[in-house]
Design a protein around this ligand. Sequence first.
Ligand SMILES: [Zn+2]
Length: 449
Amino acid sequence: MYDLVIRGGTVVTPEAVLAADIGIFGEKIAALGDGLEGKSQVDASGKLVFPGVIDPHVHFSLPVGGTVSSDDFYSGSVAAACGGVTTVIDFTVGAPERTMAEDLRKRFEDARPSVVDYSFHGEVVGWRPGRRAEIAEAMADGIKSFKFFTAYGASGRRTDTGPLFQAFRAIAEGDGVAVIHAEDDSMIEASAALLSREEWGRMGTVAEVRSDLCEASAVNSVGWIAARTGVRCHIVHLSSALGLGEVETARRRGAVMTAETCPQYLLLTSGVYEGPQGHLYSATPALRTPGDNEALWRGLSSGAVNFAATDHCPFTRSQKEWKGAFDRLPGGLPGVETLLPLLYSEGVLKGRLSLCSLVRATSEQAAKLYGLYPGKGCLLPGSDGDLVIFDPEESWTMRVGALRMNVDFSPYEGMEVRGKVWQTISRGEVIYADGRFLGRRGRGKFLPR
Ligand SMILES: [Zn+2]
């Protein structure tokens, strides 16, 4: 007799789609089989059962340019749970004058109210030789991935290629992952320097200044360093066909390089900047063309793009009030709650993703890269009881009022979506069912890796 049995659903794993019951004992999956009996049972007939979604790129309570992203770890993780997400990976907030241990302590405090399980990437701002020991110390505390920016020199966050080479060697020694925001800052600065006042005043200029060439150029140079140091190197929020081509080139050169993309780069184009709400789409990298969308969908399906993440970094309309120039806006979009339904509706139902590739992209591959597998990212006996029960038939309209994220607009407002999260189960506990959040504050656990 199991504690909980999910009966009669269509179970989707990274390898197969099968009719099976899932038996959960305590916090763990105990069995997949037929006719399992449980103290409590959920009838999942007609539903799809996926491994809990992992969103490995979120920014809750992120301080940016005098404001803070509008979801904290409580509101953001509740929204995550409502969207089928059972694990999030956020970032420490790095600064040249602080140690990574200090950054980590602060983030542990911030994350205490989380309702889903979580981990952190260690953000590295200001490389110096002492950071080597800090990285080793962070690894001992269970942090195995470290984030660097090749852009944002103006705010002091950029790491140049020389320091990056040193950092990659230190991370490779501990078999960590170097996580890279890849945009060529010199190209951005040089083209920004030539802009007229009128061009600064148009939101669409961002796509020209931060072009796909900026992304490709940065991936190229990072790729050489990755190949030479042997580090596992991950490109976040890949936005362009050109950038994806450089990821594949780096792999041919011997780099162990992975990449993620986000729903905004699969579904939106730079055309959205032209409307009266165009400034609400401020985020980097910039949105691109329909051809880029399709190249990224193909990459996600083939595995050339390893997984999807959201880069969830919400700001409200008032935080994004237009101040006359596209660079005077906090950058980031909401998304943690809508990842799974968007990829199902726009990916699976439009023939761009198979059900198995959906599960690889939303759970398995991130778990494997970031050292969470097989506790997370699959539905094997012994894995955590993290599941999403998904109703493939329900049709709904994306409206900000119907979503839990703490933000007053949706980049997908009005989009017709088919398929909806029906229940979310985290370590054997139903935390969301049929429109209601049922978990409690602080139940999420830190996942050392
Ligand atoms: Zn980000």
